[in-house]
Ligand binder design. Sequence first.
Ligand code: ZN
Length: 175
Amino acid sequence: MFYNQTNELRSRASKLIELLPLEKRIPVAVEDLPGLLGINVDYSDSLPDEISGFFKRNGKGNTPVIVINSAHPKERGRFTLAHEIGHYLLHAQKAVTINTLHFRKRDSSLSLDLEEIEANQFAAELLMPYHLMISEITGSDLLNHDSVNKLTTKLSKKFLVSEQAMTFRIAKLFF
Ligand SMILES: [Zn+2]
């Protein structure tokens, strides 16, 4: 079963955010979520540069593990973490039989693989929640290039994501 439906991904992401206390929702404390889900996280600075991180469903002691490339910027690490949590929640059926390693490559935003697209969409919904985006953007002039740039910078800092991820999010939501 695939979840390539925006509403489904959006509601799964918002349910996850509701596990966090209010003061940890902006920016979303994505680092706290694996502990709540029973996933271990390792940070490694010795991964190849083209790998942002990966997810292994049955790591040590059969506990799922997410490994993040800590040599990459913090914002990227947060997106990768959200992306891999997406694989854990959305793509369970596969790894029961196959010991799948989900590698997130630096250019995975260009991926055509459905599971990669879903994990990226889930990460965007988790880190840049829909209703918050709408309320932030209401009243701003999206037809003015300069104002979109300023908004992108402001919101990427507020939600602790890269400007690239925020640009992509705004474009997908409003254009
Ligand atoms: Zn992936």
